[in-house]
Design a protein around this ligand. Structure first.
Ligand SMILES: [Zn+2]
Length: 450
């Protein structure tokens, strides 16, 4: 969803960023903008540079060739600290240098390792951050934000009859610039939820008929809409967002499970949490144009009752499993307007694993074994749901439906299968409306019981 202007650029000077000239043109006498810390974050498809600046800077970002460099010109600015250098492993750039130009402007030059599509924007002060200048370097081969939308469609069609895996998209909240909530001892939500998400993914991948997709794989930020877009691209059957949030009252504790509500939250804590989670984009860093262009895609019909019903059922199963491992904040599935749950076509739940603001729960959240327990509970809840409600074309439907089903593997014959279950070939054929003995690998056969 991130628009790139790269294609429209002239070959030599690809001016990507717009200068941000806030009405008042900076006069010679204006105090210079100071550039402080530089933070670097690496995602699979891009690398993010975040500069802490003293005020909204007027700036320009462009590329130069031979050797490939990215130039960030900040007008009327001064560097206050030495710039942080990328690690040797950074796939996009190798060195960041700076120099003063025309006496008062600051030029930052980044040596590139591969062609990139740069994109820059500024962020207003938010939570513990002041003004920020963000420069994202996207991999050039991946157009836009790396969403390869249509490419896989034809591939899936060719394997249509194979019983498929249930795909669970696991979304570890926050990341990168957005640490999420933090505990009284400084534990960051983004870290503990990624640890729990990874444990959950392992459990899902070990389960025949289920496959996990991690929406966030490391310490980088993904905006809320893109999290849903990733789940959709992976054709997820379920979206599970994992959080560990904070409340103003440190005594509040326990896990809760949420589904989307368009009309108000079910409690004050729910309203507070939803507001916190929805602020994630502002903290994590999303440009204004991105917010605008993606808003439309979410204002689809959210009233799809099937998805809502499925979300509620999964949520109830997960809540039930979370109960024995600790305190539940609320005994029933909660509702609130979390942006991240707004996929109209994918059942989605949000698990607040605990309150990181509660000192006891903060300690537990850091504990590897407790993380494992939480992941196990979420897994059991999801598994229990799909055992009962697996989509018909999935291996889990074949494994757990009332009537035994058989998924055909290579080399099997209809007569062999009939023998294996002690039924006649003709009974199998009539139960499955087969006109001949031809069967395909991956095909699911109903096995008649008598
Ligand atoms: Zn959160």
């Amino acid at each position: 969803m991130i628009g790139f202007q790269g294609g429209r650029m002239s070959k030599i000077w690809k001016v990507v960023a717009f200068s941000v000239l806030l009405g008042l043109a900076q006069t010679a006498s204006a105090a210079p903008v100071t550039v402080d810390a530089l933070r670097l974050w690496s995602a699979p498809d891009h690398s993010r540079m975040v500069f802490d600046v003293s005020a909204t800077p007027s700036h320009q970002v462009f590329l130069l060739d031979n050797p490939p460099r990215l130039v960030i010109d900040i007008h009327n600015a001064k560097l206050r600290k030495k710039l942080k250098q990328p690690s040797a492993k950074n796939p996009f750039f190798s060195r960041v240098r700076s120099a003063q130009r025309h006496k008062k402007d600051l030029r930052i030059v980044v040596d590139l390792k591969q062609p990139v599509n740069p994109k820059s924007f500024v962020l207003k002060p938010r939570k513990h951050y002041g003004h920020r200048l963000v420069v994202d370097l996207y991999q050039k081969s991946l157009k836009g934000s790396g969403q390869v939308k249509q490419a896989k469609k034809t591939v899936t069609k060719t394997v249509k009859n194979k019983a498929r895996d249930i795909i669970v998209a696991i979304d570890a909240g926050h990341g990168g610039e957005d640490p999420g909530a933090h505990g009284p001892h400084g534990t960051q939500e983004k870290k503990v939820v990624l640890a729990i998400a990874k444990k959950l993914a392992k459990m899902i991948d070990r389960q025949p008929g289920m496959k996990a997709v991690l929406v966030r794989k490391g310490d980088y930020f993904i905006n809320l809409r893109k999290r849903m877009a990733i789940a959709r691209k992976e054709k997820a059957d379920l979206f599970v967002s994992i959080h560990a949030d904070a409340f103003k009252n440190r005594n509040v504790k326990g896990a809760s499970v949420f589904t989307l509500s368009r009309r108000g939250a079910s409690s004050e804590a729910a309203r507070w949490l939803a507001k916190h989670e929805n602020d994630s984009d502002l903290v994590g860093g999303v440009s204004l144009d991105e917010m605008d262009s993606t808003l439309a895609s979410v204002l689809l019909d959210l009233s799809q009752t099937a998805t809502k019903d499925a979300s509620r059922k999964v949520a109830a199963n997960v809540l039930k499993q979370l109960r024995p491992i600790g305190h539940l904040h609320k005994n029933s599935v909660q509702k609130a307007g979390f942006v991240v749950l707004k996929s109209p076509d994918i059942p989605s739940i949000l698990v607040e694993t605990a309150f990181i603001s509660n000192p006891t729960e903060e300690q537990k959240l850091k504990n590897h074994r407790h993380q494992q327990k939480i992941a196990r509970a979420i897994f059991k809840g999801i598994h229990a749901y799909f055992k009962q409600y697996a989509p018909a074309d999935t291996l889990m439907a074949a494994l757990y439906s009332e009537h035994p089903k058989h998924v055909i593997s290579r080399g099997e014959t209809l007569s062999g299968i009939a023998q294996q279950y002690g039924v006649s070939m003709s009974a199998i054929k009539s139960a499955n409306s087969l006109n001949n003995d031809v069967i395909r690998v991956g095909q699911v056969l109903k096995i008649p019981t008598s």
